[in-house]
Structures are given as structure tokens and as C-alpha cells.
Design a protein around this ligand. Structure first.
Ligand SMILES: [Fe+2]
Length: 325
């Protein structure tokens, strides 16, 4: 990515005015020391788990710097990439994703087993999204989307931490929902109006039920909020036996065409230890296809004592902010 100096209006950025100095965040040496000291005294990290009680006062400097990032995610460009902390092992990176998620809010269950920290890796090279596989379990590129499509409940942050990158590929694509919305407002207002109406959605991976919600809603400040993953939506309409109308298809095509404009897409390949934290309703994302090293192993196999280079391994949480009282 190139550095651009032009300013952008809050979350409305494109490739020519994104401020990279606000994207990449490096914790201060003091904050990093506090965090590493905490992790290194946790003992066995295999069970990085839900029962760990995280007390903010255990690392005050780290926590206050993370709060600065939250401001950027809530009110600034709507995402940050936390820079790697030097010297963390693979299991310490996993743990750091879990701790940071808990400092930002409450990580939600993402599947029917109630897992709140999901490993993203290519589980089976033969699995395809078109056949019903969940996108995070494949190596295929997807389509630009938000993650908040599987549950009606609204949450705030998507956190994706890189434990180990692929041999080739796997870039993340990041798009500002606010810029896309403004573009549609000026070029396709009729299509935008359709996107504000209800569509059908499925609880893929969670239950067989369906629900209805618009693709675009608005918060109290009048800013657009997105819920979008076209393949899941199309699948839900089939299950509901409510075929998409011509108007709906036109609106989805207008949205996809805009999302795929190069001026709206930032691409970044996460390095080991880097963590993307995005406001999931105001940042859309995707991942390019990738290939792992031959004979690479998963983090589970590594935890079980396996030797070998890791496959592309990311950790993901969906985090709901704590309400202020
Ligand atoms: Fe995603």
C-alpha cells in the first residue's frame, strides 16, 4: 500500500486518501512489555479459553493504547491493523487475539458449538463455498462482505489475527461501507432504496432458521450500516421460497459492481502477529485465494506436538461492545 497524505472524511476513504499512519498501530515498548509479561505468565496456552478472566488493570498502558484504537475503529477510518509484537510464538499470538477481543468487548458464539474464537484455515482442499461450505473453512476467494450475516443480533467488531500466512496469496481486501454508500446515493439512488428493504438471511452453521433484515440500515448519527454476503442471501431466498425480484437483483448487482471498483479496495496481506480490527458494519472485506506450503499442518496439530510449517492460520472473533452505563 502507498502512503497518501490527503485527508478523508471520517470513515469515507478510498485508495487515494486513506491515511496509512492511522491504519497501522504499533503499541509502545512499555505497553508491549506489559502484554507480553501477562501472556508469558499464563502457563499452558493450549486452553486459551473462555474461562480466563481478563482484568484490564493487569496491563493499564496496553489497555489505554487499545482504547485509542477503538476511537479510530468507532469514529475514524473504521479499522486498524495492530502491528505484530516482537517474539510471540504461534500460541501466544492466538492468545493475544483472545485477550484483545475481551478487552474490546464480549466475543460472541460463531457456531452451533458455541465457539467464540474460530480458527480460519483451509480444512479440506476439496471443499467449495458453492456446495455449502463456510467461506472461512476453504482457500477460495469469496465475495466482498460483512461477517454479521449469520445472526440477527447486532455486534460491533470483527477481529482477524494472523498466526501464520499462506505460502502465496490470502490478501485481505478492505472497503469503506460509507464511501460505497455515498457512491450509490449519487449513481444509483433507486437501487440504494431497494437495499434498505428486507431480504432473507440464513443462520448458516448455527441453525436452519431464517430471518429478515435489510442490507443497509442507519445508526443514530445517520451513518450507513451494512449486512451483506450475497451467496448466503441467495441461499436464504431459495430456502424461503422467495425468489429475488428483478429489482432486487439489479440492486445487488449495483452494490457488487461498486464494491469491486478498484478505487474502493485496499489490499493487505497480514503478516504473522498482525491483527485486523474492523467496525464490521462499516467495513466490508474479502480475502483473495491462497495456497499453503506442501504438507503444512494446522495449529491443532502443532499444539499436539506436530512438526512442520503451519498452514495459513487466522483467528477470528466477533465482538460486541459493552454498553456504557
Ligand atoms: Fe469474512
Amino acid at each position: 500500500m502507498k502512503i497518501h497524505q490527503q485527508t478523508n472524511r471520517c470513515g469515507r476513504w478510498n485508495t487515494s486518501n486513506l491515511d496509512l499512519e492511522r491504519v497501522f498501530f504499533k503499541f509502545s515498548p512499555e505497553a508491549e512489555e506489559q502484554f507480553k509479561y501477562y501472556i508469558q505468565n499464563l502457563g499452558d496456552l493450549k486452553n486459551y479459553n473462555r474461562n480466563l478472566i481478563i482484568i484490564k488493570s493487569d496491563f493499564p498502558k496496553f489497555e489505554s493504547e487499545l482504547e485509542m484504537c477503538r476511537q479510530e475503529i468507532d469514529h475514524g477510518q473504521r479499522f486498524v491493523i495492530l502491528e505484530s509484537m516482537e517474539g510471540l510464538a504461534f500460541d501466544e499470538i492466538q492468545m493475544s487475539c483472545w485477550i484483545i477481543s475481551n478487552l474490546l468487548g464480549t466475543p460472541l458464539a460463531q457456531d452451533q458449538d458455541g465457539k467464540r474464537l474460530i480458527h480460519i484455515y483451509d480444512r479440506d482442499k476439496t471443499k467449495r463455498i458453492k456446495d455449502g461450505a463456510r467461506y472461512h473453512q476453504t482457500h477460495e476467494s469469496g465475495a466482498i462482505h460483512t461477517d454479521n450475516v449469520n445472526v440477527l443480533e447486532s455486534w460491533d467488531y470483527l477481529l482477524v489475527g494472523c498466526v501464520f500466512p499462506a505460502m502465496i496469496g490470502g490478501e485481505n481486501i478492505i472497503v469503506s461501507a460509507l464511501s460505497v454508500h455515498d457512491f450509490l446515493e449519487s449513481k444509483a439512488p433507486d437501487e440504494l432504496a431497494v437495499l434498505r428493504e428486507n431480504f432473507w438471511w440464513e443462520y448458516r452453521g448455527i441453525s436452519n432458521n431464517l430471518y429478515q433484515a435489510p442490507i443497509i440500515t442507519y445508526n443514530k448519527a445517520g451513518e450507513p450500516l451494512f449486512r451483506y454476503l450475497r451467496t448466503y442471501l441467495e441461499s436464504a431466498h431459495k430456502k424461503a421460497q422467495k425468489p429475488l425480484s428483478d429489482k432486487q437483483i439489479q440492486a445487488l448487482d449495483a452494490l457488487d459492481a461498486t464494491l469491486n471498483m478498484s478505487e474502493f479496495q485496499i489490499k493487505h496481506r497480514l503478516k504473522a502477529g498482525q491483527i485486523l480490527v474492523a467496525n464490521d458494519k462499516q467495513i466490508l472485506h474479502d480475502r483473495e485465494c491462497f495456497v499453503d506450503y506442501p504438507d503444512s499442518i494446522s495449529v491443532e496439530e502443532k499444539h499436539a506436538g506436530g512438526n512442520g510449517i503451519l498452514c495459513r492460520s487466522l483467528e477470528r472473533t466477533w465482538v460486541k461492545k459493552q454498553e456504557k452505563h
